[in-house]
Design a protein around this ligand. Structure first.
Ligand SMILES: *Cc1c(COP(=O)(O)O)cnc(C)c1O
Length: 427
C-alpha cells in the first residue's frame, strides 16, 4: 500500500472511499490540467501587474489616521486596475463585504429617479435589501431609485426582447450577476457577459454596466471588465483575497464611476484620498498573489465532488464535465440526513473548529432552517472550504472553496465518509 493511501486510511478515510477518489482523480487529470493552465496565466497576470505598478517593500507598512498619501494602498489599487484592465480601482478594507462593495458602487452612481435593471433575473439575496426589492430601512428605494428585471429564458439564454423592453429612459445601471449564487440559473461565462453588455450598450450607450463578479474572479483568463463592463465588483474574502485577506472589497472600472463610488464609501470631497490601510496592505496584496492558484484549488475540488457524487447517482450542478464560470458547486441529495452528513464531513475536515457538529438553525432571512459547515481562518470566508444547505426540498448542498486542493479533496472525501458510516450511501 502506498504511503499516501495509508495516510488517508489513518486520517479517517475508508479504503472504498479512497479508491473511489483515486479513480476520479485519474479520470479528471486532463480537466485539472486545463485549470492549472488558467491559474498559470492568471499568476503571471498578477505578478506582472505588481511589477508594472512598481510594488515595493515600502508599500507593505501602511498608514493610520486619515491615511493621506498611503502609497501602499494606492499601489494595490493600481495593481487591481491592471489585473482587471480598468482605468481605476477602489480596494479597501473599509469595504466590509461583497454586499457593501456592491451597495457602494450602486449608491455612488445612482441618483433619485434612476433605475437599476437586471437582465439575468433576481439579484443576490442580500442585494434585494440594498436595492429595496425587499422593504429594508435605508434601501435605495427610499431614495427614489427603482429596480426592474427580466429572467433568463427557460434554456438559460438571454431574453433579448424582454431586455429591450425593460430598458427605459430612467435606466442608469445594468446589474449583471456573473455567478448564479444560490439561484437555479446557470452561471455566466465572461464571453456571454460580453454579448449581453454589447446588446445593452447598443440600446443605450451611456448605461453603466456593473458586474457582480463574486466567486468568478480568476476562473477564466479574462474578466468581465475586458468585455465592456464599466464596473466589476467583488469581495476580498472570496477568490481575489486568496484566503489571506481578512476583510475587504473591490470596485474596479471607469475612473469616473470608481470616483463616485469612493465619494460614497468615504465622503464627497475626500473620496479615495482617505482610508488608512492600518498595515493590512500586505495581506491584501499577498492574497491577490495567491488568488489564481487558490481559485484553481477550489475549482478542482468542486469538480472532484461533482464527479464522485454523480458517479453515486446524485445530481451535480454544474456537472463534472461542464464548463465552469465560478467556484460554487451544488449537489442535490434529496434527503435531509444526507445533507447533514455532508456538512458534518466538511466540518470534520476543517483546520479550525473541526470538533464542532453543524446543526440546522433558523437563520434570519431564510424561509427554512439552514445547515452550514465552515471551519475557516477568516470568519465566513467562502474561499475557504465551506458548505451550506437549506433544510428543504430538494435537499441540495451548495459548497465552495478550499485554500489548497488537498484540503478540498479531503473535505469532500470526509463528506462521503460520513454518509458511508451512517449507512446512507454504499460505495
Ligand atoms: C457572496 C456574494 C455576494 C455578497 O457578498 P457578501 O460578502 O456575502 O456580502 C453578492 N453576490 C454574489 C453573487 C455573491 O456570491
Amino acid at each position: 500500500m502506498d504511503q499516501i493511501k495509508s495516510y488517508y486510511l489513518s486520517s479517517g478515510i475508508s479504503e472504498q472511499v479512497y479508491d473511489l477518489f483515486a479513480e476520479a482523480e485519474e479520470q479528471l487529470s486532463e480537466r485539472f490540467r486545463t485549470i492549472d493552465q488558467i491559474a498559470e496565466i492568471n499568476q503571471l497576470k498578477v505578478l506582472r501587474a505588481m511589477q508594472e505598478a512598481g510594488f515595493a517593500e515600502a508599500h507593505l507598512s501602511g498608514t493610520t489616521g486619515y491615511g493621506y498619501n498611503d502609497d501602499g494602498r494606492d499601489a494595490l489599487e493600481k495593481i487591481y486596475a491592471k489585473v482587471f484592465r480598468t482605468e481605476d480601482a477602489l480596494v479597501r478594507q473599509q469595504i466590509t463585504c461583497g454586499t457593501h462593495a456592491l451597495a457602494v458602487a450602486l449608491a455612488g452612481n445612482l441618483r433619485p429617479g434612476d433605475e437599476i435593471f437586471s437582465p439575468v433575473g433576481r439579484v443576490y439575496d442580500t442585494l434585494e435589501g440594498v436595492i429595496g426589492v425587499r422593504e429594508t430601512p435605508g434601501s435605495l428605494a427610499e431614495f427614489g431609485i427603482t429596480f426592474s428585471k427580466c429572467d433568463l429564458k427557460a434554456d438559460g439564454s438571454f431574453d433579448y426582447d424582454a431586455i429591450r423592453a425593460g430598458i427605459n429612459e430612467h435606466t442608469k445601471i445594468i446589474e449583471i450577476q456573473r455567478s448564479k449564487g444560490y439561484d437555479v440559473r446557470p452561471s455566466l461565462s465572461v464571453a456571454e457577459i460580453g454579448e449581453l453588455i454589447a446588446f445593452c450598450h447598443g440600446i443605450k450607450e451611456d448605461l453603466i454596466i456593473l458586474v457582480d463578479n463574486c466567486y468568478g474572479e480568476f476562473v477564466d483568463v479574462i474578466e468581465p471588465s475586458e468585455v465592456g463592463a464599466d464596473l466589476v465588483v467583488g469581495s476580498l474574502i472570496k477568490n481575489p483575497g486568496g484566503g489571506l485577506a481578512p476583510i475587504g472589497g473591490y470596485i474596479c472600472g471607469k475612473k469616473a464611476y470608481v470616483e463616485q463610488a469612493a465619494y460614497r464609501l468615504t465622503t464627497p470631497g475626500l473620496g479615495k484620498e482617505v482610508g488608512a490601510s492600518l498595515g493590512v496592505t500586505r495581506q491584501l496584496a499577498q492574497g491577490l498573489f495567491f488568488a489564481p492558484t487558490v481559485t484553481a484549488a477550489a475549482e478542482k475540488g468542486a469538480i472532484l465532488a461533482a464527479y464522485v457524487y454523480e458517479k453515486l447517482g446524485f445530481v451535480a450542478v454544474p456537472t463534472a464535465d461542464e464548463a465552469r464560470n465560478d467556484i460554487i458547486q451544488a449537489v442535490t441529495f434529496g434527503k435531509p440526513e444526507l445533507i447533514k452528513a455532508f456538512c458534518e464531513g466538511i466540518q470534520a475536515a476543517a483546520p479550525v473548529d473541526s470538533f464542532v457538529t453543524p446543526v440546522p438553525w433558523a437563520m434570519p432571512g431564510y424561509d427554512s432552517e439552514v445547515i452550514m459547515a465552515a471551519g475557516a481562518f477568516v470568519s465566513g470566508a467562502s474561499i475557504e472550504l465551506s458548505a451550506d444547505a437549506p433544510m428543504k426540498e430538494p435537499y441540495a448542498v451548495y459548497f465552495q472553496g478550499g485554500l489548497t486542493y488537498p484540503h478540498a479533496k479531503y473535505g469532500i472525501m470526509m463528506s462521503l465518509q460520513k454518509m458511508v458510516e451512517k449507512g446512507l450511501v454504499m460505495c
